[in-house]
Design a protein around this ligand. Structure first.
Ligand code: ADP
Ligand code: TYD
Length: 196
């Protein structure tokens, strides 16, 4: 099973991936951007936010995704639990907010990059404005986070739209619950699927 943990910066994705993956010792834990050798270089480039063109930024993330799907997801999707920190859902969501690329093209270009290999489940850790601002205040912000909380909250709504546009199963979880409560909700949903 290939699942993605989605959410804006500081929503608790890394925390939950660490907790959930304890229950799947053989799981492949991965991420976007930066899961492959080339992806690491792309991540450095794109997080520096030096690209003047939003299309260039989008295509860099798409290149990372194409390599991620080929090198990590496709070889393991049939027989392993794959838990990814972000996915094409983030790709579409962040690009929707940029507004420079037509929705149809966004989806088609992601189909091209991913061979239509997408997460079976997308868990969105949904933050409140207050919790987001508190958490952002605790960290050094990267080029994208520096765009501020209003921008990131728009992204959060765009993640829901992106999941719908890609036709994926979305499970929204209140990211202000305790770490353990969130982990339990994710595991309950995965185990419910496995027993069906
Ligand atoms: N359920 C939670 N309640 C309170 N703080 C949390 C919770 N989950 C994560 N955090 C804290 O929020 C910050 C961001 O968490 P992290 O997992 O790094 O988020 P992300 O990977 O989505 O950026 C960290 O300081 C982490 O300790
Ligand atoms: C995967 C992806 C991420 N992003 C953004 C989300 C994050 O702000 C940044 C990735 O940084 P990263 O540190 O991996 O995420 P986080 O801050 O949540 O730990 O890039 C895009 O703009 N497009 C994409 O396709």
């Amino acid at each position: 099973m290939y699942i993605a943990i989605e959410g804006i910066d500081t929503a608790g994705k890394s925390t939950q991936i660490n907790a959930v993956s304890q229950n799947f010792p053989n799981a492949i834990v991965t991420k976007e951007p930066g899961a492959t050798d080339i992806g690491k270089e792309i991540r450095e480039m794109v997080l520096s936010a030096r690209a003047q063109s939003k299309k260039a930024e989008f295509l860099l993330f798409l290149a990372d995704r194409a390599e991620h799907i080929k090198e990590v997801i496709e070889p393991n999707i049939q027989n392993k639990m794959i838990i990814s920190d972000r996915s094409a859902v983030s790709g579409v969501a962040y690009a929707l907010i940029q507004g420079e690329i037509d929705k149809k093209d966004l989806i088609e270009l992601n189909h091209f990059a991913t061979n239509r290999v997408y997460p079976q489940k997308v868990f969105l850790l949904r933050l409140t404005k207050e919790a987001l601002e508190f958490r952002l205040s605790k960290k050094k912000l990267d080029g994208i986070e520096l765009r501020g909380s209003e921008y990131l909250l728009k992204i959060q709504d765009a993640i829901v739209e992106a999941t719908k546009l890609l036709g994926l199963e979305l499970i929204e979880i209140d990211a202000t619950l305790t770490r353990d409560e969130i982990t339990s909700k994710i595991l309950d949903n995965i185990n419910r699927e496995s027993t069906n």
